[in-house]
Design a protein around this ligand. Structure first.
Ligand code: COA
Length: 396
């Protein structure tokens, strides 16, 4: 049983609420580690399914295990027909993050192991979620255009399949490799808002689908995963801007935030942003579409100068700043950028949920239960007198 301590820390910044074996961040040095492996190493040498296996099982797969895992992802990717039927009734302008969030309980209803809370069953459910989230996102994109969803192709990899289902054509090797690296980079990030939401929900013994539904809701916000779409909107709105530096300065004077910059934990460059910047530059060069990346660099440079002037040198680009350009150059619509974050982060959410449920990192009280300081109306412990409406009006 953990000791109860009375501390107040608004927003839980810097408060350690659990132990974890899933991932680690050193915010001052800009280091991110999944299960002992540096993100730079994984981004260069591992595929997304390898990373998902690593997160779920705690160790990287060997060749046989990876082949088997890919097979499991493919088999698990089929979505029940009633889910597609439900999507067909949604308004065509429904936000993809809402559609994705609404889809998770629909998937739960079809899971034969929903009530089995063992580690093994939760790993299998985690695999189903990793396999089905991209199918849901791609299916919604097609259905909203009046097109039928495409089934997964057995000859294609997990990432190939997503791009194929989204665009209806087989992707280039470059596009798959770029998106796969993006999925590796986004797969986990310790106790961020969405992961904490997942863990908090399943600490009540709710099932993995309930946890992931909460995670998607938290991720959708513009201070979290929703920031990539906001960055894209900023870039599109600034395409004809002559004086980017003046725009940045004016934004900060107005107290507005530059989306895709700053981080609650990193006080130096986010290591994922370093990769994404390189990827954006390379894609821009190869596609001959350098304008967007060059605009991003202008905003970054202007913002760093302005932040320095204002004594906020720790605000640097985060994972969302350059991922917006990367996704745009891959032909991803702006409103699908945050869902793509989700199809990757679901691997980390599943690993954290399993850790939370099994207590394999530590023994802890069954339930997260912080306190809040009450500063509302107070008339002593007897309470204020409540006047029922009828009595109140008959007196008047
Ligand atoms: N643009 C302008 N100012 C920023 C900023 C940004 N992107 N990020 C932080 N700041 C400023 C805040 O306005 C605040 O200034 P103040 O002290 O004068 O009020 C100060 O820096 C601290 O901000 P705060 O939100 O309290 O701290 P934080 O470091 O925990 O913020 C974020 C983290 C992510 C919420 C914040 O950086 C942000 O809003 N970024 C933009 C959204 C984004 O990209 N989110 C994705 C994160 S991966």
């Amino acid at each position: 049983m953990t000791e109860s301590v009375n501390v107040k820390n608004i927003g839980l910044r810097g408060v350690t609420v659990a132990d974890t074996k899933v991932s680690f961040i050193d915010g001052k040095k800009g280091v991110l580690i999944y299960r002992g492996y540096r993100i730079e190493d994984l981004a260069q040498n591992a595929s997304f399914p390898e990373v998902a296996f690593l997160l779920l099982h705690g160790v990287p797969p060997d060749n046989m295990q990876l082949a088997d895992f890919n097979e499991q992802l493919l088999e698990a990717s089929e979505i029940p027909a009633y889910v597609y039927d439900a999507l067909k009734h949604y308004p065509a302008d429904a936000r993809p993050m809402d559609v994705l969030q609404a889809g998770i309980p629909l998937l739960a209803m079809a899971d034969p192991e929903l009530s089995d809370d063992t580690r093994e069953a939760n790993i299998r459910k985690g695999i189903r979620l990793i396999a089905r989230l991209p199918m849901l996102v791609a299916a919604w994109h097609r259905i909203r255009q009046g097109l039928p969803p495409l089934p997964a192709e057995s000859s294609l990899s997990h990432t190939d399949n997503f791009l194929y289902q989204l665009h209806g054509i087989k992707p280039s090797d470059k596009a798959t490799q770029v998106l796969d690296t993006c999925l590796v980079l986004h797969a986990d990030h310790t106790f961020n808002a969405s992961t904490f939401s997942c863990r908090q929900v399943v600490s009540t013994r709710a099932h993995i689908y309930a946890g992931v539904t909460a995670g998607i809701g938290a991720l959708s916000g513009s201070l979290h995963g929703g920031a990539n779409a906001q960055v894209m909107k900023m870039l599109l709105s600034l395409q004809d801007e002559k004086d980017v530096a003046a725009w940045v300065s004016k934004q900060l004077d107005k107290g507005e935030r530059i989306m895709g910059m700053g981080h609650a934990v990193y006080k130096t460059m986010d290591p994922r942003a370093t990769f994404l910047k390189e990827m954006a530059l390379s894609l821009g060069k190869e596609s001959g579409q350098r304008q967007l990346v060059s605009l991003s660099r202008q905003i970054e440079e202007a913002a760093l100068i302005e932040f320095k002037k204002r004594g906020k040198t720790e605000i640097k680009p985060n994972v969302d700043f350059y991922s917006a350009s990367v996704y745009h150059l891959l032909g991803i619509p702006t409103d699908l950028m945050t869902p793509i974050f989700a199809i990757s982060r679901v691997a980390g959410w599943a690993a954290h949920i399993i850790e939370e449920k099994t207590g394999e990192a530590q023994e802890k009280p069954a339930l997260y239960r912080p306190k809040a300081e009450y500063i509302g109306q107070y008339c002593g412990l007897m309470g204020c007198e409540f006047k029922p409406l009828e009595k109140h009006s008959s007196k008047e």
